[in-house]
Design a protein around this ligand. Structure first.
Ligand SMILES: Nc1ncnc2c1ncn2[C@@H]1O[C@H](COP(=O)(O)OP(=O)(O)O)[C@@H](O)[C@H]1O
Ligand SMILES: [Mg+2]
Length: 397
């Protein structure tokens, strides 16, 4: 056994997102992957309404069968402090007269959150304030990749093939639906796909083969997001996914998977409810049955896309592909892929333990890299301001 200090890793799951339940499963998969003799794993659960908890009982998946996690022994409320001196959780932050709150130091945060308030840069901002190393994309990359409209804008600029698209706000849609439809039909041919800009797991997504369905799909998407993306459907295509891992100038692409057969699209049920462990029992072919040349092209495109959105840690990058035409479109970048895309890396002999440890190592490396920036820049501005009065100092900027 090495003599290195044990690392305390907070695995954070749940969250205020429609993908809350998926995140509970991902969080438990991650916790199970860490060898317990090496590290201290601190489970942190964020409820659907955004309350934070910690405690041993959160390591047992069975305790999540209902929404009342608090009734289990030892579950305590907590928060992640943005104060760099705490460097971790404050447990029982509102403790009363007879109990004390305590600080639980954390070495690395491992967010296992999918979608809003977790995969979108918001919690990454909190880790940045706290100065705690964390797994995965930083704030900008997370926010970009979480937004389907922005992802495509940035990737298009980087020369990566994406489908043409249009988008509107829900206010525009409710104010002028006929104008929106007219514009869409003038520009694109049906069928079209309609998506809320920032959700995942196929929630709120619709395929419209007729104008009536197009209207209905936009109505549905407008329930889920303020901005709605509309793009042409890729017909007679297949889906191919590739995972990328890395940081800085070093990236690796995984073998590819083909998740389902032609023309179908994966619904939430297909993805998560068919088996107990994520998509395990859904149809998936790894490696994907496409040519070596196309495989290589997708892997290269994946690395370029990962870099273009300032990626770090891991992502699963999804494509819509027409192999017979040698045509591919990058569809989306998932910065916290379900099951961490473990099943793809396994093909390269990477175990789930290797994968989580590698991600922790990348988190530490990213943090060390950021330390090279200077944040403390002393000036004599305050001294001048206090001598001259605030009016005089105002003009300094
Ligand atoms: N333009 C498109 N053409 C064909 N199928 C699509 C298109 N966009 C999405 N799909 C199908 O819908 C599914 C969900 O869409 P996606 O953009 O991946 O959203 P999510 O973030 O919910 O996974 C995809 O896996 C694919 O099957
Ligand atoms: Mg998808």
């Amino acid at each position: 056994m090495s003599s290195r200090r044990r690392t305390t890793i907070a695995v954070i799951f749940g969250g205020r997102s429609v993908e809350h339940d998926v995140s509970i499963v991902t969080g438990h998969q991650i916790m199970k992957a860490f060898p317990s003799e090496n590290d201290d794993i601190v489970p942190v659960y964020i409820s659907r309404d955004g309350r934070w908890f910690t405690g041993e009982a959160l390591s047992d998946l069975d305790n999540f069968r209902d929404d009342d996690i608090q009734r289990h022994d030892g579950v305590r409320s907590c928060l992640l402090s943005p104060d760099t001196r705490h460097h971790g959780l404050i447990v029982d932050p509102l403790a009363g007269r007879f109990s004390k709150s305590e600080v639980r130091r954390i070495d690395v945060a491992f967010p296992a959150l999918h979608g809003s308030h977790g995969e979108d840069g918001s919690i990454q901002g909190l880790f940045e304030l706290a100065d705690i190393p964390y797994v995965g994309y930083a704030t900008l990359g997370s926010a970009l990749a979480n937004d389907k409209i922005m992802t495509k804008a940035v990737l298009r600029q980087a020369g990566i093939p994406v489908l043409d698209d249009s988008w509107c706000t829900r206010d525009t849609w409710f104010d002028r639906p006929d104008a929106v439809i007219e514009e869409l039909l003038a520009r694109f041919e049906l069928p079209l796909y309609v998506k809320p800009a920032t959700l995942g797991s196929s929630i709120g997504i619709g395929r419209a083969d007729t104008e009536a369905l197009l209207r209905a799909s936009i109505d549905i998407a407008a329930n889920f997001d303020r901005r709605i993306l509309i793009e042409p459907a890729v017909t007679k295509g297949i889906e191919i996914n590739c995972s990328v891992m890395g940081l800085g100038d070093q990236y690796e692409a995984s073998p590819l998977e083909q998740p389902v057969s032609w023309d179908e699209f994966l619904s939430y049920e297909d993805k998560y409810l068919r088996g107990s462990e994520g998509m395990k029992s859904a149809e998936r072919q790894v490696p994907a049955p496409i040519s070596a040349a196309l495989t290589r092209r997708i892997q290269e495109t994946s690395i370029a896309a990962f870099k273009a959105v300032d990626g770090r840690g891991i992502a699963r990058i999804d494509y819509l592909v027409r192999p017979d035409q040698n045509e591919l479109f990058l569809n989306e970048i998932n910065t916290m892929p379900g099951s961490l895309a473990f099943y793809l890396w396994r093909e390269d002999g990477v175990t789930s333990t290797d994968l989580v440890q590698k991600l922790v190592q990348l988190a530490r490396a990213a943090h060390a890299e950021k330390r090279r920036n200077t944040y403390d820049y002393k000036t004599n501005l305050v001294e001048i301001a206090s001598q001259q009065g605030l009016k005089g100092a105002k003009g300094a900027k």
